[in-house]
Design a protein around this ligand. Sequence first.
Ligand code: BTN
Length: 322
Amino acid sequence: MKNTIVGDNIEACLLRKLVLNGSFIPSETLAEALGISTEEVEKLVKVISLKGYPIEAHPKLGYRLVQSDSLAEIQYSVQALKTSLSFIIHYFESCSSTQEIAAMLAESGVNEGAVVIAEEQTAGRGRLSRSWVSPHGGLWFTIVLKPEKFTHLLSLAIGTAIATALRELFGIEARLKWPNDVQVEGRKVGGILVECTSEAEKLRYALVGIGVNVNNELPSELRDVAVSIRELLGRAVPRTLLLLRILEKVDENYVKLLGGFTRDIIEDWKKLSVTLGKRVRIIASNEVYEGYAIDITSNGGLVVDLGDRLEVFYAGDVVHLR
Ligand code: BTN
């Protein structure tokens, strides 16, 4: 697997080495692999630990990432993240859908940054009123956000955050299919469902639902179209680390979005896109369209060249034709 990835940096490289190794790595080995000194490795480890990633240091053996998979205890690490959103975890063994619980919390006035997470969902939902299979082993959660106004760029920003987290932590070549599927070699590893509630034209809250197939078993009928991280890497991985990295990346992109850095959001999304440049079939408002996906508008719409005209889509079901 390649070691250089889009938007990669030295911190991500160190974190990925620790995640993928699982046991202690001598400081000298890390220093050599990263092309830095052992003192710099020590400093970098401190920075990462202070962000909430549990790294154990041993004077002789080196460094090891504590690979706990307990989402129930994740709040301590989440609190340590240096993010501008204050993420507060609401943990459930089982629930119908984290979107439903998040909606109740949002209605009762919960702060932006509330995160509802469940080990399993009994009625998980996907886009376009589809159901979302959510057994134990996956990462299923909803973040409550309260931007001033809705923009389709929100789901692009979240998609980029997830794909980047997967690349940085596991070296997986995650890419984005418009509007918000996270794919690896054409199979879906994650999805995003953004549901908004407004009043008198004003956005009250957005529920950002994120589902990632991590260590869960996929039903046989989905195996051609979906994939789990466990299948991609050949072993189970700690969901806790992935959750932390996704929250960090979501925060980073949300800050960009609120700051008006829309061009960055679009450029980052485009670098990971598998849709742009492809011939696509789009089913939107019960109509079928075919053409070439050529661009993303400044508000997150997909521009498709239909041959006789350009059309901008904001929602729909997309099939890549070639
Ligand atoms: C899609 O690709 O269709 C979107 C899937 C979104 C699934 C997540 S899992 C957590 C949250 N709760 C739900 O019921 N759905 C979203």
